[in-house]
Write a protein of this length. Structure first.
Ligand SMILES: Cc1cc2nc3c(=O)[nH]c(=O)nc-3n(C[C@H](O)[C@H](O)[C@H](O)COP(=O)(O)O)c2cc1C
Length: 172
C-alpha cells in the first residue's frame, strides 16, 4: 500500500470543499498522500488506496453528482475502502429525524458501495449566497442561517479514518 487517499468532493457554495480540505489536512498530518479534488474532475481512481466522498444535501437529497461519480467509477470503488460525509443543515434543524433522513440519503446515493465510515456534518447557510426564492423558502421553513461547521468534529472524524480505511501511511 502506498498510502494514497483521494478526497472527491462536490460543493455548490464552497462549504463542502473547505470541509474536504480540512479532512485532507488531518490525513496528511497522519502521514498519507492526499489529493482533494472536485469529483467532476476525477477521471480515474488508479493509484489510490482509499477514497473519501464528500457532498452536500440540497432539497432533501444528495446532489446528483455523487450518484454519477459512484456509477462512473463503480468498478474501482467497489474494490477500495470508501468513507463518505454529507454536509447539510439537518444537524442544526429542529425537525425530528432530519439527521437520520440525511444519512439515509447519503447511503442511498452511495449504492452499491459499502462505506467503512459515514457521517453528516453541519454546513453553512449564507443568505447572501442564495437566490431570492431559496432565501424565501428557508425563511418560510424557519431554517437557521449561519456557518455551523464544527471544525473539531470534522478533525475528530478524519482522525478515525486511518483505522477504518486500513490504509498504510507513506511514513509507515
Ligand atoms: C436551496 C437549499 C436547499 C438545501 N436543502 C438542504 C436539505 O435538504 N437538507 C440539509 O440538510 N441541508 C440543506 N441545505 C443546506 C446545505 O446543505 C448547506 O448549506 C451546505 O453547507 C451547502 O454546501 P456547499 O456550500 O458545499 O454547497 C440547503 C441549502 C440550500 C441553499
Amino acid at each position: 500500500m502506498s498510502g494514497r487517499i483521494l478526497i472527491a468532493y462536490i460543493s455548490r457554495k464552497g462549504s463542502t470543499a473547505e470541509i474536504a480540505r480540512a479532512v485532507g489536512k488531518e490525513l496528511e498530518a497522519a502521514g498519507y498522500a492526499v489529493d482533494v479534488a472536485d469529483m467532476k474532475t476525477v477521471t480515474s481512481l488508479t493509484g489510490y488506496d482509499a477514497v473519501i466522498i464528500g457532498a452536500p444535501l440540497y432539497m432533501g437529497r444528495m446532489v446528483r453528482d455523487v450518484g454519477k461519480f459512484v456509477g462512473h467509477h463503480r468498478e474501482q470503488l467497489v474494490a477500495l475502502p470508501v468513507a463518505a460525509f454529507a454536509v447539510g443543515i439537518a444537524p442544526v434543524s429542529k425537525e425530528a429525524g432530519s439527521v437520520e433522513y440525511g444519512m439515509k440519503k447519503l447511503h442511498s446515493s452511495l449504492t452499491p458501495l459499502k462505506p467503512v465510515a459515514t457521517t453528516l456534518f453541519a454546513g453553512r447557510l449564507d443568505p447572501t449566497q442564495m437566490s431570492f426564492i431559496s432565501r424565501k423558502m428557508m425563511e418560510m421553513a424557519k431554517i437557521p442561517s449561519g456557518d455551523f461547521r464544527d471544525w473539531n468534529a470534522i478533525a475528530s472524524w478524519a482522525q478515525t479514518l486511518p483505522g477504518l480505511l486500513r490504509v498504510g501511511s507513506i511514513t509507515g
